[in-house]
Design a binder for this molecule. Structure first.
Ligand code: GLN
Length: 484
């Protein structure tokens, strides 16, 4: 049962092969059996999950089933869930229970999905390996010595190990696509503004975007149908009709114009990853797509630009965690300053502190023009690169990450090497474009992701192009050893 995709589960529920309660119990058992090894969940509330399942069975029996009714979905622990702890992977929020649901959570509730649990993540979504979580590292199910990627590492690992059929993630610089690549699953980062950020704890507000993490592109389309849409509670959400993302999955890719940025295949790319990606691109040529080399000349500025803008926004967003308005409070403060200082020193981990310090520095008087303003200008140049590319091609393809999953502990001492994990994903966030990572084979026995970048609001095309590849390959159906 647990290897089924969402699309197959929907069939099973409709044909009464199993109930949502049976399904949910089966997944809860798998979580119990395997999550001691993987550590992909921070909170699992079996009572809530089973209650959701029974409600869903009633909804189905009454003939009111919607797409995701009765299907267990895990939420990244960055989405506020009313009545259930939301930690954001931080000691700061270790006992935080939100009084409301994030819009995304509410939308899943409204269609009768089952809340399977809250997944582990890098602290405040800052990281590429899930090692910055207060709740400990997550293991990659393909090799438990390896990281699952981050920051949505818990979501990626839980879907890869088939502990849940699907999960949500968030992507500020690559946090849906990079862990999807490293764990061999499908992960879609929508256009900025497509999915509401309301109730999604903010890291860098101009970059953050929630999206689905699934086995297949078809499942991602089903998930995005629920997640996408305007929300008046998020002033940056875009008021634009939401298409049915499943309706164009079967469109042919004949004549599709694919651009391969030369900057994504040069120095720094593991040759074995590059080979796997080239083989994947050949599949598209076999299906009638055409390939041309393009250039995104400002690519090398993406990581440094991001590491000014994201920390600047994070230093501002995280100022609310002061032990008074939100977050951990130290014991016996001497005075107000002591309360702020010790609460924040105790509540935040090293990486979060590093980001806050960089951001506060970049925003300080006298440095603002030199760093933040300059970074915003380069951001525009990066967006222009994509704009020009999309005048020539329909989609851009390349590797999601420069190499396969690295070992736990291998990069924790070297933040710059860690930051380079997102070299091919970060520019997409800076431009606000949609991007997807799909499984495209293995290198050194670890999964490789193919990234496909689309023009604004072209999620339907990305899902279609991904689905067509998944019809002629079976990488997305591979299950890691020990989790079959
Ligand atoms: N790895 C990047 C960072 O550490 C991106 C994280 C994310 O997308 N949330 O900031």
């Amino acid at each position: 049962m647990h290897t089924k995709t969402i699309a197959e589960i929907i069939e099973g529920l409709r044909n009464k092969q199993f109930s949502s309660e049976e399904l949910t119990k089966a997944y809860l058992d798998r979580i119990k059996q395997h999550d001691k090894t993987l550590n992909s969940f921070i909170t699992v509330d079996a009572d809530v999950a089973l209650k959701n399942a029974r409600d869903a069975d009633k909804k189905i029996a009454d003939g009111n089933a919607e797409s995701l009714t009765g299907i267990p979905i895990a939420q990244k622990d960055i989405f506020c869930t009313q009545g259930i702890k939301t930690t954001c992977g931080s000691k700061m929020l270790d006992n935080f229970i939100a009084p409301y649901n994030a819009t995304t959570v509410q939308k899943f509730n409204d269609v009768g999905a089952v809340l399977a649990g809250k997944t582990n993540m890098d602290e405040f979504a800052m990281g590429s390996s899930n090692e910055t979580s207060f709740y400990g590292a997550v293991k990659n199910p393909w090799d438990t010595n390896a990281v699952p990627g981050g920051s949505s590492g818990g979501s990626a690992a839980s879907v890869a190990a088939r502990l849940v059929p699907a999960a949500t993630g968030t992507d500020t610089g690559g946090s849906i696509r990079q862990p999807a690549a490293l764990c061999g699953i499908t992960g879609l980062k929508p256009t900025y503004g497509r999915v509401s950020r309301y109730g999604m704890i903010a890291f860098a507000s101009s970059l953050d975007q929630g999206g689905p993490m699934t086995q297949t592109a078809e499942d991602a389309a089903i998930m995005l149908n629920v997640m996408a849409g305007f929300d008046q509670r998020d002033s940056t959400s875009v008021n634009k009709p939401v298409p049915d993302y499943t309706s164009t999955l079967e469109d042919s890719v004949k004549g599709l114009k694919i651009g391969l940025p030369k900057e994504y295949f040069g120095e720094g790319l593991d040759p074995a990853v590059g080979d796997a990606v080239q083989v994947a691109i050949k599949e598209y040529e076999k299906m009638g797509a055409t390939v041309q080399e393009i250039s995104l000349p400002n690519t090398h500025f993406a990581v440094p630009t991001y590491y000014v803008i994201a920390p600047a926004e994070c230093s501002s967003n995280l100022s609310r965690f002061d032990g008074v308005r939100f977050g951990h409070r130290c014991d016996n403060p001497k005075d107000l300053m002591d309360l702020y200082t010790r609460s924040r020193s105790e509540g935040f981990g090293e990486e979060v502190k590093r980001r806050i310090m960089i951001g506060a520095y970049a925003l300080s008087a006298g440095y603002y023009d030199a760093y933040y303003l300059k970074a915003q200008k380069i951001r525009q140049l990066i967006s222009n690169d994509f704009k020009q590319a999309f005048e020539k091609v329909d989609v851009i393809m390349g590797p999601t990450a420069p190499d396969v999953a690295f070992n736990i502990g291998e990069r924790t001492e070297d933040p710059v090497t860690m930051y380079l994990s997102d070299i091919y994903t970060i520019a997409v966030n800076l431009a606000g474009l949609p991007g997807i990572s799909i499984p495209a084979g293995f290198a050194k026995d670890r999964p490789v992701g193919l990234q496909i970048i689309g023009n604004y609001f072209e999620e339907a095309r990305l899902l279609n192009v991904s689905h067509q590849y998944q019809k002629v390959t079976d990488w997305h159906r591979r299950v890691p050893k020990g989790f079959e």
